[in-house]
Design a protein around this ligand. Structure first.
Ligand code: HEM
Length: 407
């Protein structure tokens, strides 16, 4: 069996455009728009020879694969590794990396803990911390937005919401980098992130234990479910781990990317300040425009097809959410960042049964951050070149020097 990046490599299927690009090359990851465009233009489905996989990037096709959970399964991994042929680097997530009926049970428990009502209850905490952080940064005036704002805010509020009694902000950020780089091939990015595993993974696992959590947080809600018998105690620990895997790096990236979008488009910031009802649509546009999670995979669980192209069982399909969110056939003028676009149907949170279960929390965090800024900040200026941080699944900044001017 010819294994590439942990999956059975496919031969080029007849009639499918063959492309020799490496989408996980750091140069592509930091400047992905030309890759996104070419991927869409080459066809409904493209064969990436280097990895022996199919790739999709048109909006309708990407959405079709993501929603077809019966043919395109998650239980064989949402990265390049096929768990049917390769041992995963950690025990698979019992929500992200499962299919119904197992997925349905875990999803029900998580959806309850992350419901709109719960997100609303977190709002006061989120607002207080956002106000305090924006005040402190206004006091400084100029600062490094990634390390001093984007990484600080979620690693302050989210562990409190979860009820963590011991917080290591750097470990939380680095764990996210590990989880998301693991979605890609065994390249230098993945190896560098994984080098931290022996130090961080035991800390993460210990932090998910019941006795390390307060009795009133999201974590306790998950463990309470175990008391009713709906899930086991082990499963509860695994779901708390999902909070830490999926709920930190994503929102760190959402905040950094929002600051980038607004600092690069001052007229859009003026529009947002003049009409705060646009805060929510502005965040959705940040998500569409930057796709913080740019790529996730699926595996064909049985022989199937994509847009009439036959797909063999075991085929990995690289689904490029970033390309779908810039498809001109769907969005008209995707290259323009417009806070009043209201991009209903963007796929930055995924779509279908695995669509982000934490989106209410993500929106509540960003609502608090952007609302504090709209009330307190007059101008957001980039005072240096933004630098992107390549990651196999996340499109995040590494450096964003900015200046905030108070109102
Ligand atoms: C801007 C912030 C966020 C973005 C862009 C984002 C993106 C995504 C995407 C694209 C998926 C779909 C994965 C797939 O279909 O394979 C997903 C699923 C998921 N997200 Fe988020 N996410 C964000 C915030 C959060 C937060 C704050 C949490 C936790 C509180 C969270 C927890 C999860 C979980 C547990 C799943 C798996 C759901 C399932 O498989 O049913 N996410 N997210």
């Amino acid at each position: 069996m010819n294994l590439i990046a942990g999956h059975r490599a496919l031969e080029a299927p007849v009639g499918v455009p063959v492309w020799d690009i490496d989408p996980y090359d750091p140069d592509v990851l930091v400047d992905p728009m030309p890759y996104y465009r070419q991927l869409r233009e080459r066809g409904e489905v493209v064969f990436l020879r280097r990895y022996g996989v199919l790739a999709v990037g048109r909006y309708d096709t990407t959405k079709a694969v993501f929603t077809d959970y019966e043919n395109f399964v998650s239980s064989r991994g949402v990265g390049l590794e096929d768990f049917a042929v390769t041992e995963p680097w950690r025990p698979p997530s019992i929500i992200l990396e499962t299919d119904p009926p197992d997925h349905t049970k875990a999803r029900r428990v998580m959806a309850r803990a992350l419901s709109p009502k719960v997100a609303k209850e977190c709002a006061r905490l989120f607002e207080e911390e956002a106000d305090a952080l924006v005040d402190a940064l206004l006091e400084k005036g100029t600062f490094e937005a990634v390390t001093e704002f984007a990484e600080i805010y979620p690693t302050t509020v989210f562990p409190k919401a979860v009820g963590m009694t011991e917080v290591h902000q750097r470990y939380l950020v680095d764990y996210g980098a590990m989880v998301f780089n693991a979605i890609g091939p065994d390249n230098a990015l993945r190896r560098a992130a994984m080098a931290h595993a022996p130090e961080i993974v035991p800390w993460i696992m210990a932090s998910c234990a019941r006795d390390r959590l307060t009795k009133d947080g999201l974590g306790a809600m998950i463990y309470d479910t175990a008391d009713t018998g709906e899930i086991t105690l082990d499963e509860a620990g695994m779901l708390v781990r999902s909070f830490l895997s999926a709920g930190v790096d994503t929102t760190v990236t959402g905040i950094g990317n929002a600051l980038w979008c607004l600092s690069q488009n001052p007229e859009q910031w003026e529009l947002l300040k003049s009409d705060p009802s646009l805060i929510r649509p502005a965040f959705e546009e940040v998500l569409r425009f930057t796709s913080p999670v740019h790529t996730f995979c699926r595996t064909a669980g049985r022989p199937t097809q994509i847009s009439g192209v036959p797909v063999e069982e075991g085929t990995k399909v690289v689904c490029v959410l970033g390309a779908a969110n810039h498809d001109p056939d769907k969005w008209g003028d995707p290259e323009n960042f417009r806070v009043d676009r209201r991009p209903v149907g963007h796929v930055a949170f995924g779509v279908g049964i695995h669509g982000c279960v934490g989106q209410n929390i993500a929106r509540a965090e960003l609502q608090a951050v952007l609302s504090a800024m709209v009330r307190k900040v007059d101008r957001i200026e980039a005072i240096g070149e933004p630098v992107w941080r390549p990651n196999n699944a996340i499109r995040a900044l590494d450096k964003l020097p900015i200046r905030l001017t108070p109102q």
